[in-house]
Write a protein that binds this ligand. Sequence first.
Ligand code: 5J7
Ligand code: CA
Length: 512
Amino acid sequence: MKLLILVALFGLSIAQHNPNTKYGRTSIVHLFEWRWADIAAECERYLGPNGYGGVQISPPSEHVKLTNPWHPWWQRYQPIAYNLCSRSGTEEELRDMITRCNNIGVNVYVDVVINHMCKASNGEGTHSSCGTYFNANKEDFPSVPYSYLDFNDGKCKTGSGQIENYSDIYQVRDCRLENLLDLAMEKDYVRGKVADYLNSLIDMGVAGFRVDACKHMWPGDLSSVFGRLKTLNTKWFPSGTKPFIYQEVIDLGGEPIKASEYFELGRVTEFKHSAKIGTVFRKWDGEKLSYLKNWGEGWGFMPSDKALVFVDNHDNQRGHGAGGASVLTFWDSRLYKIAAGLMLAHPFGVTRVMSSYRWDRKIVNGKDENDWMGPPSYSDGSTKPVPINPDSTCGDGWVCEHRWRQIRNMVIFRNVVSGQPLSNWWDNGNNQIAFSRGSKGFIVINNDDWGLNETLNTGLPGGMYCDVISGDKSGGSCTGKQISVGSDGRATFSISNTEEDPFIAIHADSKL
Ligand code: 5J7
Ligand code: CA
């Protein structure tokens, strides 16, 4: 009996921390700004077959349409209502996508913007993605409906009505973030409207939520909203399954609001992981790969079972959010692949892979003047489809990092080694490291300016393995490097520092 109660309590406390992925899949890919129709096709033709556990989608809620600048990516972070027509498509397309992704075992996680509505400066009109009328001057959003009574103006104590000082936790929660109209989430009515929105998505079959701007909402208010959520749709999930929740809290230290305030509600984005992985691979601040030996909590990160980790996100990849210049992105493709490989090989956290679009980067005095640019679009601002080239890369400016062989194969590696401890650590005291995940997988990285030539204990059963970085296992042979592991588990590795991909990874499923 006591044991049962313990199990029940434990189950409750971790429920919203579990991504509920299927078939031993472990990673999420953020298909930033993709259209629903393209995501549905990608689930079927690529994500399912290649072991991706889920996809994070851009906000599906009705948003403002901006013209100055021309349809920036952030217009989707300015809601007008919870109608489900957006730059990514219609409600029908959204529903079809969720159904098709679920049918192939790929979960859908929705980016939800619930701290605020649009900025006051948007005035009045129907310039919104569903064409719904709103009046931002009067804080009137009749399609929800919200009125001025549902906003925080009375609660905010700053002169400007905006957040002026991040060291005052009251203004960070109760004032306007960049003049975005701040919802009064202490109100039962607002909590109910937000919960209805999230529950409508749960009914459609989504598996969880990436909750935007959580630093700007009180944990108590979020707790009430999350407490009103239904369990997941039993067409695709076991009955009683709670939605996975990961909260965007940018906590790099130095502010009074801590990521830890949100741990009991769900997972939290670990921005220190993103900032530090860039610093280490760039060798800034005297960092070295050998210091990764205690990567994780040893680096001041949050506990692994609370963390959602990534190399970059849609915000900090354009120099916008936290992390600054150290953040690695597809623009730094060589280092980016190794960093993503390290993240996916390492047991820390739930991993999210970024999938981006290119924009006309224009860096002037360290700032990207085109950081606002939205996805590849037609002249009317509508998003272009994602064309797939014969070589499986994406066209029309879509980067598709998740299709890069090195990253895709490390997503598979993570599934194969899931649950295995980090073992057989080796380093050269500099930027050459290696480790295994139990007896299921082994990775070797050379980020030094000289070659790596070592015989290492892999922990793997003897045999011939295909390196999944330089190629694939295809039929009975390897298209890239081949690694011979002796019956004692030892293998010899050579990695020149001038190789395009100076790392090697082998695992149980890449054995010939
Ligand atoms: C909030 C934070 O707590 C934080 O630590 C951070 O780094 C960024 C933000 C932040 O979150 C937003 C969430 C939204 O849903 C909508 C938003 O508009 C924002 C937002 O603006 C925002 O802050 C921007 O980025 C910071 C790095 C700057 O310090 C802020 O001043 C702000 O920058 C402003 O961005 C520019 O000053 C302004 O000129 C520009 O018009 C505006 C454009 O909007 C965005 O860039 C949206 C960013 C965004 C960030 C997110 O983390 C996110 O999840 C969604 C959107
Ligand atoms: Ca707020």
